[in-house]
Design a binder for this molecule. Structure first.
Ligand SMILES: [Cu+2]
Length: 243
């Protein structure tokens, strides 16, 4: 009996451990009480001008056109581009929809385009080399497997598998051209957005409730606010960064 009891205990403990792991997984489905958070990300004060990139290698290709730094892009109305806005640790909500094709980061003219993308964990990202020079793709994940691989012009695609969400965006850079970088937000849930030229974002179909919303920018850091969401309504929440 004592032996059987120990086995039973082991099974129960194992089941608890397993369910504990599962409890962290995002649960996607229909949302009947969804609301929206939208807003605009702006810079307070006089925005610094984008610095020209100093091309120090492969000048005939990388320096064929002038590139400006993507570190901080502030446009009309002080709108900030390439800010990642996301809900923090939401565990249940709308379904994750897999993209119809793998999201791409293209190395073209020795610049990553787009500069910032976001995906859900499990998505494969294709890193392209559209240049006639060799790049070296180097990723800096917190949880996922790092990639550090040369990409000559003959190797058109390096596919990067994502498996886990990352608390902070993952940097992707090129070891051969020090100015080349991009950022990939990897989330366990589908509640994220990247601002465009006008600095605006919209995150929809959020179950009613209160959420922490994080706005992240590579140069300025992050801002976090608690935002309430009501069913069928849009809550406007703006974020203002400063240096
Ligand atoms: Cu490169």
């Amino acid at each position: 009996m004592r032996f059987a009891g120990k086995i039973a205990f082991a099974i129960v403990a194992g089941a608890l451990l397993f369910s504990g792991v599962n409890a962290n997984a995002y649960e996607g489905g229909d949302v009947s009480n969804g609301g929206t958070i939208s807003g605009k990300i702006t810079f307070s004060g006089t925005a610094p001008a984008r610095a020209p990139i100093n091309v120090t290698k492969d000048k005939e290709v990388c320096g064929a056109t002038e590139h400006l730094s993507d570190l901080l892009i502030v446009g009309a109305g002080n709108a900030i581009k390439n800010v990642i806005v996301s809900l923090v640790e939401i565990e249940k909500g709308k379904a994750i929809v897999a993209p119809s094709s793998n999201p791409k980061l293209d190395q073209n003219g020795c610049v990553f385009t787009p500069h910032v993308i976001c995906v859900t964990a499990g998505t494969t990202i294709d890193i392209l080399n559209s240049d006639s020079v060799t790049h070296n793709v180097h990723t800096y994940p917190e949880e996922n497997t790092a990639v550090n691989k040369a990409q000559p012009p003959s190797l058109k695609v390096i596919s990067i598998e994502t498996e886990f969400g990352e608390e902070d965006p993952m940097k992707v850079s090129c070891d051969y051209h020090g100015w080349m970088s991009s950022w990939v937000g990897i989330f366990e849930h589908p509640y994220f957005a990247v601002t465009g030229d006008d600095g605006s974002f919209t995150i929809d179909n959020i179950p009613a409730g209160a959420y922490e919303v994080k706005a992240w920018q590579e140069d300025l850091g992050e801002l976090v606010k608690t935002v309430g969401v009501k069913a069928g309504e849009t809550t406007t929440e703006n974020f203002e960064f400063t240096k």
